[in-house]
Design a binder for this molecule. Structure first.
Ligand code: 5GP
Ligand code: MN
Length: 336
């Protein structure tokens, strides 16, 4: 955050404010951790509400304060009236209003000051204050810096736990290339605030139902390799979800298994979302293979170089067929 931005932020919070914190649609640990860290930071002197566009995985219920999150889909009228009184709206862990889905129009028509804190490339220009850095491991690491520049002494165990959880989730436990020495330094400082490293790992990764293990098995079994290309893909059908009592967040991390295969640089997961009438796609890659440009060019999505998402309105079969032909073209044009 440069000095000019810092000055306007400090001025903005020099008096009591009505603050709304918004994560992206289907928030993950980084998005929700960012919201909750700022919730604990601001709540002693301000009126603070977290509004999530929709439900999130129950795995994240362990985050301190998560019972205060309002889900817009379930509380539309209440959320609208909170928006009317808002002075400041934070949008966290996303860079284009579309990712707030059904909240987008409430944000863009709000008279409140909009502050974006985010680590995705090429942010849209919708915020009054844009704090964006695609070199950062996570939005939570940026929220840590944001809090430190205002009042580091307020960091307590709750704030530290929320931030640490977002960082470990987005860095694959400090493994992904976005992990810097500074990320580890932040992790170290958070541990000094009493963060329970093992408990957070257990809550994030070893807290699922037996059926989720079976779903993982069938997803791995479904992997297909594209002949001659360093690409594998798999899918989860509507039926797979019904048979295995699928819950939000159950497929988190499944796509990464494709990258465990020697010489594979790109792994893709298609999930049939019957109720939304679309296929949700997750792209993961490594090395020089970048998926964000591919996701935005062919599947109306985007994200990070090595972790992106997108959607398709075709059937699952047609989507897979289109993907195989698109990725061949993309590799021919960019990597051959
Ligand atoms: P995931 O595969 O975990 O759903 O998403 C991986 C990353 O891709 C997210 O952190 C986010 O940056 C990005 N992403 C996922 N879905 C979308 C989407 O529909 N549009 C855009 N622009 N980015 C997405
Ligand atoms: Mn993130």
């Amino acid at each position: 955050m440069n000095d000019l931005i810092l000055k306007s932020v400090i001025e903005l919070f020099s008096e009591k404010r009505n603050i709304i914190l918004i994560p992206h649609n289907s928030p993950d640990a980084d998005a929700l951790g960012s919201c909750l860290a700022l919730y604990h930071f601001f709540k002693s002197k301000n009126e603070v509400t977290i509004i999530s566009p929709n439900e999130y995985t129950e795995i994240l219920n362990f985050l301190p304060g998560s019972n205060n999150v309002l889900v817009y889909e379930d509380n539309k009228e209440k959320c609208k009236s909170i928006f009317k009184k808002a002075n400041v709206v934070f949008t966290l862990d996303f860079n284009s209003l579309g990712r707030a889905r059904n909240l987008s129009s409430l944000i863009s028509s709000s008279l409140a000051k909009i502050i974006m804190i985010d680590h995705h490339e090429n942010p849209d220009n919708y915020a009054d204050i844009t704090i964006s850095n695609s070199k950062m491991s996570s939005t939570c690491e940026m929220v840590y810096d944001f809090i430190c520049s205002i009042d580091k002494s307020k960091i307590d165990n709750k704030i530290a736990t929320c931030i640490y959880t977002g960082i470990v989730a987005d860095t694959g436990s400090f493994r992904f290339p976005s992990t810097t020495s500074k990320t580890l330094k932040v992790g170290s400082e958070l541990i000094n605030h009493g963060v329970n490293v093992t408990e957070i790992f257990e809550k994030l990764h070893n807290n699922f139902q037996f059926k989720r293990l079976k779903l993982l098995g069938s997803t791995i079994n479904n992997f297909k390799k594209i002949k001659g290309l360093p690409v594998v893909y798999t899918s989860i059908t509507d039926r797979d979800q019904k048979v295995n009592n699928f819950k939000k967040g159950d497929s988190e991390g499944f796509v990464n298994f494709g990258l465990s295969v020697v010489e594979i640089l790109c792994s893709v997961l298609f999930i049939e979302k019957k109720d939304e009438g679309l296929i949700k796609i997750s792209f993961r890659s490594k090395g020089d293979f970048k998926v964000n440009i591919f996701a935005s060019k062919y599947f109306n999505g985007g994200g990070h170089e090595h972790a992106s998402g997108g959607i398709s309105k075709l059937s699952l079969k047609e989507t897979e067929k289109k993907f195989v032909s698109d990725i061949k073209q993309y590799i021919n044009q960019n990597y051959e």
